[in-house]
Design a protein around this ligand. Sequence first.
Ligand code: ATP
Length: 471
Amino acid sequence: MKVASISSSYIAPVKKPAFKGMFGSPSLSEKFRYGMEALDDNSILVVASNPERADMILKQYSDKITTPILKKYTLKVEEKDLKNREELDCDFAIFKQDKKYFALALGRGMFSSLMVKRPKEEAKRKEHIFGTGNVVELRDGVAIETGEMLWDEKPKLLFNPPYRFNTSAAEKYLQVKTINNVPDFNKRSIASLSTKNAVKDDKIGFTFADVGGLDDVIEQLRKYVVRPVNYPQVFENIRLNKGIMLYGPPRCGKTLLGKALANEVGAKYREYNANEFKSAQVGASESAIREVFAKAAADAPSITFIDEFDSIGKTRDGSSNARFDDPMVNQFLGCMSDLEKSKKPAFIIAATNMVKLIDPALLASGRFGLHLEVPMPNLEGLKQIFKIHSKNQPIQSDVPLETIFQKMFGGKFNGSDVAEMISDAYFNALERLGMFAKMDAKNFGYDDLKSISISFADFEKAIGRILKQKI
Ligand code: ATP
């Protein structure tokens, strides 16, 4: 295969350092060259003094790169690498597309720009200046400069191809991230490379379309939350159910529903576990609860999700329920009635697997008065959940899906099991196709990614593992 054969050939190091000007450090120049040599059509080199920040900016502009990115090399520029400045004024990323090289400016704010020009060209000409998010093609012999526009000596690198594809040195000296489990490897692959926050945002991005087999619950949430939030005039003189109790077996979609609901109404979403409120200090639990409600009201419209709500009113070690005059129960009751009186669309969703353990006073109307069951999925529900989670999966066309659905149903799969089964089948496919060996030998490329497909045997193996673990 093309990628494999190129990567195995040895490329002699070029002596001339690529960086000049204030990039005084020879090791930095070397690393930059290694990064350039490693670039193929599915990788990116980020040169940054603050890689986390650069990643966040990269995420914002990832749609500027249309080829799938499977690997990211990061060259961290440190203070010691620069002569006069603490950090690069404009971080940047270099990528390759159709044998051409491009730079994407990753500055922060209006005045941080990248300058790309031939060394003798007039420095202040507008066509050489690129603000954050701009992409510029790099031609042989141009200099990439980063630094304050009015500064004479700017951090500079000279772009001198040809660079030849050789990953080995880059992987040794630069920070490398590989994406090997992203089936939809388009521009989102860069986002998933970026930061922990990106993952979080992604999750909050769920909508009702991502929830399978719970149409009745969704309809109730539309009725009591979505429409009242979207049409407040219609519900002005109506008491809203601000407290909602979602109950049912674990891993069937309660949290997912909370996140999806927040997204459907454009509300701020916050998630807590009721155990977080427990404190040994007198009065601390109550004040933590008051704070949660204050934040919920301040951010309205908001959805506040409280998991394991049954632990409210339990002793700290969970051994028994001290229901009567429990200060946390009383605090919740007080906060709920204040919230109900206010006009603010702040909704508190309590979730539990054990609704019977909850103090009946909390379940009364005006408190957590709307009770919605989130049950185990039936056969139809399992089909819907499968469809949602397999959307971008390369499933072979001859896989007998009905057989898989029956096996899931017989095995009492919950929603999370379905998701787990699909990713496990994907892993099994990689193993069966020898992809792991290729990854370990660093021979894995875009063509391999395209050739992955999940077979019935891959699903059967995944189902077997999940069933075994359930026992
Ligand atoms: P717990 O009671 O253990 O907190 P839960 O009911 O809140 O569990 P979730 O956290 O919502 O369950 O589900 C876990 C994961 O399982 C979800 O992120 C999702 O990937 C998958 N999942 C569960 N139920 C569904 C469903 N009905 N539709 C689609 N995916 C689901």
